[in-house]
Design a binder for this molecule. Sequence first.
Ligand code: NAD
Length: 484
Amino acid sequence: MNRISFDTTSVFVGGRWRPGASGETLPLLNPSDGSLLAQIARGNAADVDAAVHAAEAALAGDWGRLSAAERGRLLLKMSARVAAQAEELARLEALDVGKPLRQGRADALALARYLEFYGGAADKLMGETIPFANGYTAFTLREPHGVTAHIVPWNYPMQIIGRSVGAALAMGNACVLKPAEEACLTALAFARIAGESGLPAGALNVVPGLGEEAGAALASHPGVRHVSFTGSVAVGALIQAAAARNAVPVTLELGGKSPQVVFADADLDAALPFLVNAGIQNAGQTCSAASRILVERPVFDAVLARMAERYRALTVGPALDDPEVGPLISARQREIVQGYLELVRDSGLTVAAQAALASTLPAGGFYVPPTLVAAVPGEHRIAQEEIFGPVQAVIPFDGEAEALALANGTPFGLVAGVWTRDGSRALRMARRLQCGQVFINNYGAGGGIELPFGGVKHSGHGREKGFEALYGFSTLKTVAIQHG
Ligand code: NAD
């Protein structure tokens, strides 16, 4: 079942597959059983340099000469191929990330949809004419930045490639993609699909490797004109500092501690599935995971009891068995999450429910039991820090003001959900929540490819997804013509 149908040990530069300059490889593990899945190239600064030059050549050559409509058609071709290969891509993601198959399928179809959306949008972003002084005609042009860097984490490789590379290509940039060292098979498969779809050589280059080698070289390369990064706050700060030295804009998506706020008048039957699923999806390794559930006191016990019931019934297992919760990405991530579970125990917090880990789980897999923690004080580390595992904190509140104070009371601000039947309150909350997306009586809007996404505070800045991403992946030029 670990069979990978293509060579995983190469970098993809200038439309060609070749070994990395170091000749070294890195092991890729299957999180479901800890076995060796594949070897990937240990790309380094020389590979990054070659990739940036290949991207520059593409901009000066075949890729740069395409019209916006032609770029759009290419993205639509890539979208169709991704959709046709969704099952294989889902299997690769399941093996590589430990993601349950159905989530892998959803991610593959999301990638296809991003390419479709941005393919359709490629020739629809227009400049403006400006009413300026008499004797002048002035207008603006939307232009690509040039070479864009895409440093991607391991949790949603396909979705994040879709939203950043898809938008960047639509605007005519040439991309250098650095997938995470823990999971990069679908990035390599995507490069193959791009090549087979006729994307001109160098428009997309993929250099797998370590963050501190290939990633750092890419973020600081003087030929890169824009950096898109998704990952941890600490690395995001390094990326921004590196890009600042070249005066280059960055988009940072750095995770969160997102709340769902449940008022006593909410439709609890509608809310319940979203409350739990948004905490356990991808084993909680989701930047927009709802890791805090804030519940108004009159319904606190009822919500907690119903969530606990659901937790006890969760299935945990190897990704290819398509359980509700798969393993974590790595032994390191499991250690981090286990550390938080110890903190729960040592601080005397109440575990409201924990899913059982079957004794038949593969011994080498990186599993942790999904855990629901009750009545967590808002300032506790469990309620403040991004755990990135299937652990949710349920926190009681009294009234709207306290709900807002709790919801806004972390260093993060990515997304929030509000459950209420009171329309005015929903709007007040939407206006006052400090975050990039608010969902009223839903959470996540089914992925919402069309909806601009990004954070405030430590969750980062800049927006991807939706039409808005096209502004981020382009720059504006003003032309003023004096003609008398
Ligand atoms: P990370 O930030 O270390 O890695 C993300 C990407 O950045 C990877 O491609 C990595 O190779 C690259 N990278 C690492 N160091 C780099 C450097 N010095 N210069 C340039 N690129 C570099 O994240 P991680 O180690 O995979 O996870 C650590 C924590 O980050 C997680 O526990 C979680 O809290 C958070 N995280 C958030 C998201 C998200 O979606 N926002 C995704 C993954 C991880």
